[in-house]
Ligand binder design. Structure first.
Ligand code: DAT
Ligand code: MG
Length: 140
């Protein structure tokens, strides 16, 4: 597997509890390099656009309200097999099902307020990176 890039978000529940550094340490310990990073406060419309794929789901409105409730940290992580590796470090969507040592097991509050987002495939990673960053902001 070659070097890949994936898109990551440290979500409002985590920035609010000052967990950015602790979560970044998990990424770096796993061999993921943070090649771009910025703290921003999304509008509900911007969160809605990002999560458009979930538009029809019953939790969509709640998800968009949560994602715009406080600042997020948007990131690009780079490394060997970065998409799958990041999903592994994140843990399952529902923290009750997340493996020991994962970010969601240690920090998530609930299935909705689950501390991190990570791309699920190369195609979504490319779209998500481009939504938040220009090429000039990616510093490998
Ligand atoms: P993931 O973030 O693990 O890729 P997903 O893409 O299925 O999970 O869902 C996106 C986000 O939506 C998830 O991180 C939290 C929220 N979510 C998912 N399922 C939910 C549910 N049953 N109730 C409330 N929020 C949910
Ligand atoms: Mg997802």
């Amino acid at each position: 597997m070659a070097i890949q890039r994936t898109f990551s978000i440290i979500k409002p529940d985590a920035t609010a509890r000052n967990l950015t550094g602790a979560i970044n340490a998990k990424f770096e310990e796993a061999g993921l390099r943070i090649v771009a990073q910025k703290r921003i406060h999304l509008t509900k419309a911007q969160a809605g656009e990002f999560y458009k794929v979930h538009e029809a789901r019953p939790f969509y409105d709640e998800l968009c309200s949560f994602m715009s409730s406080a600042p997020i940290v948007a990131q690009v992580l780079e490394g060997e097999d970065a998409i799958a590796k990041n999903r592994e470090v994140m843990g399952a969507t529902n923290p009750a099902e997340a493996a020991e040592g994962t970010i969601r097991k240690e920090f998530a509050l609930s299935i909705g307020e689950n501390s991190v987002h990570g791309s699920d495939a190369p195609e979504t990673a490319a779209v998500e990176i481009a939504y938040f960053f220009s090429g000039l902001e990616l510093v490998g």
